[in-house]
Design a protein around this ligand. Sequence first.
Ligand code: UDP
Length: 361
Amino acid sequence: MVQVHRNGEIFGDGRGRAARGGRTVLVAGGAGFVGSHLCDALLAQGHRVLCVDSFLTGSHANIQPLLNHPAFRLIEADICHLNDIDEPIDQIYNLACAASPPQYQADPMHTMMTCVQGTGNLLRLAEVNGASLLQASTSEVYGDPEEHPQREEYRGNVSCTGPRACYDEGKRAAEALCFDLYRAGRVDARVARIFNTYGPRMQPDDGRIVSNLVVQALSGDALTIYGSGEQTRSFCFVSDLVRGLIALMNVDPNPGQPVNLGNPGEFTINELAEMVVSMVRCAGEIVYRPLPQDDPQRRRPDITRAEALLGWSPTVPLAEGLRKTIDWFETFLTETKDRRRPKTGPARESEHRTTPVPVGA
Ligand code: UDP
């Protein structure tokens, strides 16, 4: 058990003040897709929330309803330059980083520095506050995995020179920092390895598969599939993930090891496209584009550890979560009248089209 000292007191696991009432929780990346849902959940539990966001990929709309909440404070800052906060903090969630491949590849230097410098700054903040810190790591630390499903013991198959490296290697380095400071007894650090997550408030043009397919289907555009579409992913609805993050932050004792959080249901990209087409009831034309370099072929979490240590497992099936996501995007697109095509993806010269996926398939 880590003992963290602050102002001459000793806080077991850095959660001493928390035991005396509502906590002050800093959410870095709190205006992002996952972060804003986490802010909602923490406020609903009665905590004070300090939302730190640079708005590089976060959105004001995500937190607009919270701005008048008496327990919510917005701090516009980049964690790469964050040194101190002018009030005591009990817990820190670090979700601050671009997470979709096109976005994190747009400024690889900044992505890497966000993971390393930014996480370092938050760890220092946690240390001086005697706060617990939960680092949002990623299934990307497994790279294009040769072990399936992925257990936390698996060390991964990551290219350190490829286009995903700024994110994958940055997140791996951030894990190293967390466990170094944890072992040294300096910070009660916890690490969640988050697998593909989806739900309301995804950005319509962030280039990820669920948002791309849903926006394309609702807009009557062709659905873009990279490669053969036989690569797999496991999709976790955002409310399940947020529940897992909060459970990991609060479990006692600190597991002292990374914990996978994801939904073990595994689908090919073609299967996902069929579901979206059937639920949106659109024509379902598919356009195939080249597979991006280093795109993982299979991904599925082994969540045995999360089940055993946190009593956590996801409860929202893909069809149910997709329904909620489609409904949200439908409203969002109507309200914004912003039926934008996703701006990302490899060059169009090498596209080829197929016959539509049958509705109801
Ligand atoms: N993908 C696709 N069409 C799209 C966007 C993504 O076929 O319009 C594929 C992508 O190549 C990958 C999978 O869908 O195999 C998941 O991509 P995403 O960017 O959502 O996340 P990743 O798991 O690769 O980080």
